[in-house]
Write a protein that binds this ligand. Sequence first.
Ligand SMILES: Nc1ncnc2c1ncn2[C@@H]1O[C@H](COP(=O)(O)OP(=O)(O)OP(=O)(O)O)[C@@H](O)[C@H]1O
Ligand SMILES: [Mg+2]
Length: 233
Amino acid sequence: MSYVEARGLSRIYTAGDTKIQALDSVDFTIEDGQLTIILGPSGSGKSTTLNILGGIDSATSGSLTVGGQDICQLKEKGLTDYRRTQVGFVFQFYNLIPNLTALENVELTAGLSNDPLAPALLLDSVGLADRFRNFPSQLSGGEQQRVSIARALAKNPRLLLCDEPTGALDSETGKKVLIVLASMAKLNHKAVVIVTHNAAIAPAADRVIHVRDGHILKIEDNPTPVDMESISW
Ligand SMILES: Nc1ncnc2c1ncn2[C@@H]1O[C@H](COP(=O)(O)OP(=O)(O)OP(=O)(O)O)[C@@H](O)[C@H]1O
Ligand SMILES: [Mg+2]
């Protein structure tokens, strides 16, 4: 059994009289120890998929199991536990806590875990060793994005969900961050999912799920992913 199994997953948003089918009965699986990329243009349903995987949003229909647990059947308390203990989330728009420093933002999530990674080392690994004491408003967009990545890693989660983690980063810094994320899959045997519209990083993934208009176009498995070091865009 795969770590994540989604079957017939749909999400319909209702705004007044209009219904938006953000996801239309998609099937996919995600494995432990692998880097999976969800690739598609703007509006294709990438964040919707990630939010459902992370227990932040719920599917309108379909089933989703993570580590054998049926996420769609969980009540509020079960979902809270799931989000707290299993999922690390890098949000597309960072969502840092403005009145906590970079280090405090990372420490906060480390405190939720029984097996956290060291916040200072993580900030160092994303190139922010000298910015521990800065508040988010004193950091550039790309720096805030890197704090949010360190924050997600701090929990040492089994499932790491990253929504456009390099969106605000230049190619060189983005690559550094992707190397850290890929190593979480390879060295720490986590399931790492990266959502992006940047096709250049797809060759480094074990699996690429191509999405468009709420549908999966194709799923590619890559038995010999290239080293993240050799990627550029
Ligand atoms: N809360 C919501 N209410 C109504 N429509 C929504 C909501 N969230 C997303 N949608 C719609 O669902 C579709 C998929 O959105 P989603 O955010 O998943 O796209 P995306 O692939 O992440 O795009 P981007 O690359 O721009 O972030 C879009 O048409 C979007 O407008
Ligand atoms: Mg999105």
